[in-house]
Every structure is written in structure tokens, then in C-alpha cells.
Write a protein that binds this ligand. Structure first.
Ligand SMILES: Cc1cc2nc3c(=O)[nH]c(=O)nc-3n(C[C@H](O)[C@H](O)[C@H](O)COP(=O)(O)OP(=O)(O)OC[C@H]3O[C@@H](n4cnc5c(N)ncnc54)[C@H](O)[C@@H]3O)c2cc1C
Length: 452
């Protein structure tokens, strides 16, 4: 089938409620996510589904004709996972944005996959509840995309990642068959856990159409502690000890990041080598935690339980990425290491930065070892871009060598497949390929992504 025949067949196959976009001035805007280096090409067509049935019809058609389908949520991904190829169809779930049910007694919500994370949380808030997973992209990433990437966020140190909040889902298989996985109950061990096989599968095993997630009693307004340290060693070592205070957030910021923020919006941290920011949301007093920071070499440490201070105290962390973006092109990496290896990773990143004459700032989630070394290089400098790409790879290899992993939360997509392959033993790779072939026998779902 040529492209015109595919478009014509799509129009006759899909129900009237599906919008099919083929305008070549629009399709490129659906062709990529936020990863700068990942390959992408405008798809043959973009299908904006409004129902599970439309997804089913599309996948059956694509399966019968062996046409690749790239599922897209908010397009906020950072691994090229939602990037299309010229021979593919993009399935956008942006119109499937309805909260179908909030059951406050059972503390669950059932949503269409295109619901924006913050919309669900704000709706739950009206009932005194919360949807806890809080990726920094929560204002525009979708619940389906969050599940497909197993998104994390700052609250993971206490509340865990997306997978810990998903109970059940409606999935459309590559053949177009519709299956219901999991259970609305908190506990369920009846079947193999196919729900959690879907989570983090990045659109390669099925299309998540609807999801049932757990809600929580909305946590209290947090108290915030901020401590400045002479260097990353002291801050990282102290962060592991702070875990005993059950933080709902525990973030670390290195000297390069501090300098970037101070150059933009001076906050008074210019003399610090590293900063720790911790929150607790259980109402506990932070005096002992503050004293601990001082005993462990903090230059300064204080806390506030006044909600009016919260925004100011976490400003350094919130401004980290935008401050770096101001300085040039950014390449945001995402690795996880054991907590005791955070300082060593930062040291290795500094060496990589010096070797390639690049600025690389490190900030991230000290409480779970998930760090975001961010490479900054001049716009339009092809040589620096090539060095940045090499540094990106070397950072992942450094994390692997420290007992860490290729991605903590952003996923593998297309940009880290080789690196993930290096970390995954051959038998596990074989098992993954077998699973893929069972779920997607013609390899139409996001081919060339995730699996090595
Ligand atoms: C500024 C910024 C901050 C970020 N902060 C965080 C953070 O704190 N934590 C974090 O984990 N990530 C973060 N991210 C990365 C990104 O937001 C997450 O990966 C997010 O979960 C992607 O959701 P999305 O709806 O945008 O999905 P997309 O980018 O559209 O897709 C992501 C992947 O999921 C697949 N997919 C999407 N929807 C479905 C579905 N319904 N069924 C099957 N597959 C699907 C796609 O094919 C693709 O492989 C950030 C990104 C940016 C730009």
C-alpha cells in the first residue's frame, strides 16, 4: 500500500469520531518528543482517537497491513519514545482526556489515558485526595504516558513511582483485541502481573487506553529544610542519613547548577558547593534533621514550616533546569545509582565535562539516587553537539560502572537502546524479545524503541 492508499483506507476503516490529520504542515509537530538528538520523521498520518474502539480499529488495520504505530501522549518524553518514522502512523491520545470516575470511598480514579497528570490531581484535590506521582512535566504529560514510561518525580522517595499507583488498565493489543488487566482492588494476585509488564513498556507491547489509579489522602503542606555544604561529598553523605526522617522530597544540587541559577536569579547560594533540599509532609519537627546537617559540615542549615516560605526554599531546585536552558542547548541525562555512589558519580561527571570541555551540571533526586546530569553547549556548534552526545553516553557508562542503571525515570526510547543492551544480560534480552513477539507478532508497536 502506498501512503495515499493507507490514508484512504484509514478514512474508511475508522469510525466518524476519529480525526485523521495528514496535512504536511501539521504532521511534523506530532513527529517528536523533547529529546534533541533522537531521529524523527513526519508520519504518514496522525490519528486522534476519541474511543477505545477507534484504537482497536486502527491497530487491527495496522496489524493486518504491517504498518508501524507510534502512540503519543503529551509528547513530553525525553528519550525519543514518541518519535515517528516516515512509514508510521502516530496514534495521539490527546482527545481521550476524560476522567471517567472518581470513587472517593475506594480511593481510586478511572481515567482515559490522555488525561493530564495535574488535571487528575487537581480534580482529586477537590475531594481532599491526591494523585501522588509528580513528574516535573505533570502540567502536560498524560497518565497514559506516565504509565508507559513509569514516570517518577520528586515525591518518589516517599511515595514511589507511577507503577505503585496503577491498579488496572484497558489495553488494546497490536491485533486490535481489547483486554482488561489488573483489578480495582488494592491487592490482587490472581493472574500473572501483566499490568506491570505494560508499565514502562514505552508503547511497545500495547496501547493503554484507560487506567485505574489509586488516590491518597492529600498530604499536609510540607515543612522544608535547606542546607548548604562546601562540596558534593558532604551533601551526598548527609542525604542518606536524612532518609530516617521519611522525607517526601530530598533533592541535591551541585555547584555548577548553583552557579547557573545564581547567574540568572541570585538566591544567595553562590558560596555553596552543593545544596540539599528536604521536605516532610507528616507534620514532624525538623530541628534534629537540621542539627544533623550542621554536624555533618553544613555551612548553613535551616527549616521552615510556614507554607509561605515553601516556594522560596525550593526555588533553587525548581529553577535548575530553566537556568541551564538559558545558557545554551541542553542535553538532559537520567541515570540512577546506589545512594552511596552519588558523590562518586558527580566526580566522574566532572571529569567527563573537563575531558570534553563542556559544562555539565548535576541535580536530582538524592533520596532515590536518580540524577539528571545536564550537558550545556552553545547553540549551532556542531562540534560541541558531537562532544555532548559522547559525554551523554559516557555518563550512562559511568553510572552502570557504579552499580547503577541506564535510566531512572525517562526511559530508553530510541536514544539509549544500545546502552540498555550493554546493561542487560543476553538471556534477559532474549526473554524480552520473546515477550514482545507474543504481544506484537508483526512488530508494529513502536518498533526500534526500548528493547535492545
Ligand atoms: C521539563 C520536563 C520535565 C520532566 N520531568 C520528569 C520527571 O520529573 N519524571 C519523569 O519520570 N519524567 C519527566 N519528564 C519526561 C516525560 O515527561 C515523562 O516521560 C512522561 O511520563 C511522558 O508522558 P507523555 O504523556 O508526555 O508521553 P509521550 O512523551 O507522548 O510518550 C512517552 C512514551 O510512552 C508511550 N506512550 C504514551 N502514551 C501511551 C499510551 N497511552 N499507551 C502506550 N504507550 C504510550 C510513547 O509511545 C512513548 O514511548 C520530563 C520531561 C520534561 C520535558
Amino acid at each position: 500500500m502506498n501512503n495515499d492508499e493507507i490514508i484512504s483506507a484509514l478514512k474508511s476503516t475508522l469510525g466518524a469520531d476519529a480525526a485523521i490529520v495528514t496535512d504536511p504542515t501539521i504532521t511534523p509537530s506530532y513527529s517528536r518528543d523533547q529529546a534533541p538528538f533522537a531521529e524523527a520523521a513526519a508520519p504518514i498520518a496522525v490519528v486522534l482517537a476519541r474511543s477505545v474502539e477507534t484504537i482497536s480499529q486502527l491497530l487491527k488495520f495496522a496489524h493486518d497491513n504491517s504498518i508501524p504505530v507510534v502512540t503519543r501522549g503529551g509528547g513530553s518524553g525525553l528519550a525519543g519514545g514518541a518519535n515517528s518514522s516516515a512509514d508510521s502512523i502516530v496514534l495521539s491520545l490527546e482527545k481521550m482526556n476524560e476522567i471517567l470516575e472518581i470513587d472517593s470511598k475506594n480511593m481510586i480514579a478511572r481515567v482515559q489515558a490522555g488525561v493530564i497528570n495535574s488535571h487528575l490531581d487537581q480534580t482529586a484535590k477537590e475531594l481532599g485526595l491526591a494523585y501522588l506521582p509528580d513528574p516535573a512535566s505533570r502540567e502536560w504529560s498524560t497518565i497514559g504516558g506516565n504509565a508507559a514510561t513509569n514516570a517518577g518525580g520528586m515525591c518518589c522517595v516517599k511515595y514511589g513511582v507511577t507503577s505503585q499507583h496503577v491498579r488496572a488498565m484497558t489495553v488494546v493489543l497490536a491485533t486490535g483485541e481489547i483486554v482488561h488487566l489488573g483489578s480495582a482492588t488494592k491487592k490482587a494476585v490472581t493472574t500473572l502481573d501483566l499490568t506491570h509488564l505494560m508499565i514502562g513498556s514505552e508503547g511497545t507491547l500495547g496501547v493503554i487506553a484507560e487506567i485505574t489509579v489509586s488516590l491518597a489522602i492529600r498530604p499536609a503542606t510540607p515543612s522544608t529544610l535547606i542546607a548548604t555544604f562546601p562540596g558534593i561529598q558532604e551533601a551526598a553523605a548527609t542525604s542518606t542519613e536524612l532518609l530516617k526522617y521519611s522525607p517526601s522530597m530530598l533533592e541535591i544540587v551541585d555547584h555548577t547548577t548553583i552557579q547557573a541559577v545564581e547567574a540568572w536569579k541570585p538566591l544567595g547560594f553562590e558560596s555553596a558547593g552543593s545544596v540539599l533540599i528536604m521536605q516532610v509532609d507528616d507534620g514532624s519537627d525538623l530541628t534534629a534533621a537540621t542539627d544533623l546537617c550542621t554536624q555533618r559540615g553544613a555551612i548553613d542549615a535551616f527549616f521552615s514550616s510556614d507554607p509561605a516560605d515553601t516556594a522560596d526554599l525550593i526555588a533553587l531546585r525548581k529553577l535548575a533546569y530553566p537556568a541551564l536552558e538559558r545558557m545554551g542547548m541542553t542535553l538532559l541525562d537520567d541515570v540512577a545509582v546506589p545512594l552511596t555512589k552519588i558523590a562518586e558519580l558527580v566526580g566522574r561527571v566532572e571529569s567527563i565535562a573537563a575531558k570534553h570541555q563542556l559544562t555539565i551540571a548535576v541535580f536530582g533526586h538524592a533520596g532515590d539516587g536518580n540524577l539528571h546530569p545536564t550537558i550545556v553547549y552553545p547553540h549551532g556548534d556542531a562540534d560541541a553537539a558531537a562532544r555532548a552526545a559522547t559525554a551523554f553516553t559516557e555518563i550512562v557508562i559511568a553510572a552502570q560502572a557504579l552499580g547503577g542503571t541506564t535510566s531512572g525515570e525517562h526511559g530508553i526510547g530510541s536514544i539509549k537502546r544500545n546502552l540498555a543492551g550493554q546493561e542487560t544480560e543476553p538471556k534477559v534480552q532474549e526473554l524480552q524479545r520473546l515477550i514482545k513477539s507474543v504481544f506484537d507478532p508483526r512488530n508494529i508497536l513502536n518498533p526500534e524503541k526500548k528493547l535492545s
